[in-house]
Design a protein around this ligand. Sequence first.
Ligand SMILES: [Zn+2]
Length: 526
Amino acid sequence: MEAQIKKFYISTAIAYTSSKPHIGNTYEIVLADAIARYKRLTGYDVYFQTGTDEHGQKIEEKAKVNGKKPQEFVDEVALEVRRIWDIMNTDYDKFVRTTNPAHKEMVAKIFKRLYDQGDIYKGKYEGLYCTPCESYFTQSQLVDDKCPDCGRPVNRASEEAYFLKLSKYAERLEKYIEENPDFIQPESRRNESVNNFIKPGLQDLCVSRTSFDWGVPVSFDQDHVVYVWIDALSNYITFLGYDVDGNHNEEFKKYWPADVHLIGKDILRFHAIYWPIMLMALGLPLPKKVFGHPWLLSGDDKMSKSKGNIIYADDLVKYFGVDAVRYYLLHDIPFASDGIFTYDLLIERINSDLANTLGNLVNRTISMTNKYFNGIVVEPNVHEEIDNELIELVKSTPLKVEEKMNNYRVADALDEILEIFRRCNKYIDETMPWILAKDETKKDRLGTVLYNLLESIRQGTVLLQAFLPETAEKIFSQLNTENKHYDSLKEFNGLDVGIKVNEASPLFLRIDKEEKLKEIYGENNE
Ligand SMILES: [Zn+2]
């Protein structure tokens, strides 16, 4: 029998190209990147897709305001999105753009197929329309007479339009969500989908527009363009080589269904309702999971005054370095509730976890190895009872990290790894290598203590490379080891005896909060 392929398909939502993405959008790509890197590390064949959503009325209007053609405008924003994804050191497999001709062609074919089979029909729409969201709502869906998604005012509008028969699939979808409790996660998002969207009754969805041109034309009725969400959601299959006539390419056959669509909670309705129904209508299996992550809120008053509360990833990386920003995003945004971003919190986190716990540990350990053994890693042959607790903790960590990552509890997984480094610092206090160094008869014991520290750091770093790849490389380089493989965590002997570690160099510098804030706000106020 053929061995089962461990494949893993993860996607982010595609970024809307109306403006440069801020740190909140950037959180999602970093989160997806850490999950993708972790899966690759643990032996999965990973396909990681991200990209840009480039059609719709809002973009057409924005381009006009900027005196540009829509294509010219989205080309620039898409480039900016890629630049930021690169600054964040994300390692995706494909960056997709919905203005791609092959994608557009397939979207038109999907629309036609759904029309031909009766799942899309022509009717007339009268309702309350939110222009920024490009969505119609009924009176009962409004919140305080405003758009339930963005809170902006809505206008009464009417047009001839095509509709997708959501009502036909509502019961089947509700049953599916009930029978597959992992399909929509976290649990609060699943309850929201059922109670807020399905239970009140699904109305057929208006899936074409005539008020603007910037979109995929309906092939059999050229006055209409396909609703931007039908276009955008299709990206998850079109760019993998889905073919509406069944001639899918190998990538699609291998990776679909997706293992997880990572999305912001604000677009849950589209991924938990419309997308599954589109897939049901096309006769395709549903993604295994839709994970609605929380938002990252800016909680710094000063920031809001000077910059309208918008924080950009490239500014943060300039001031703090990419891994400090990645660490904050991955470690400090809770699983299900919103996270807060402030410079104060970021600086505190860098100083405590990265400069102190991790940086200081690596620096001290490498320095002591150089000082006491000329950098040579020696045989650990004087074992003491006190070593067991450290070694057991290190050896039990991969499983704990795996359990957390399987549930997308990325912050908790990262903290399990930090626990190794915290325990190492405690072990230094317990064993006091500088005292051992004063007694020539304790030389072998000192070598063992240092081996235990170096190997614990190496094992922690093997796991850390999924989250902080640049920092992990620096640590491996200081340890002078190429043994970065997940398999090397099974035993506690992955660091070769006899190698010579390199010179210690600081991984993260302690930040003076006052100085740094002056640097940031000084520049912004210019
Ligand atoms: Zn709205």
